[in-house]
Write a protein that binds this ligand. Structure first.
Ligand code: FES
Length: 77
């Protein structure tokens, strides 16, 4: 089903990104959902929340990656 008519983005596409651990803001940046008329934003956010709730391990691994910090900066004095 198409969630974002303006950008022709489906629920499957949003769900796939959410299951990969991306939050709404990241998905919006990646796909462009809710960047034109904005009518799809509520539905898209709900879908991301549902997917995040059903697949918490993806978010945990993302949080763990963020906690490690940037590896390029470990040698800086
Ligand atoms: S329906 Fe998504 S921006 Fe218009």
């Amino acid at each position: 089903m198409i969630i974002c008519v303006c950008r022709r983005i489906s629920d499957r596409e949003i769900a796939r990104h959410a299951h990969a651990g991306m939050g709404f803001d990241d998905i919006q940046l990646e796909l462009g959902v809710a960047t034109q008329c904005g009518r799809c934003e509520g539905s898209a956010r709900d879908l991301v929340s549902q997917c995040s709730a059903t697949c918490p391990s993806a978010n945990i691994s993302l949080a763990a990656d963020l906690a490690l910090g940037p590896s390029w900066n470990t040698q800086a004095a």
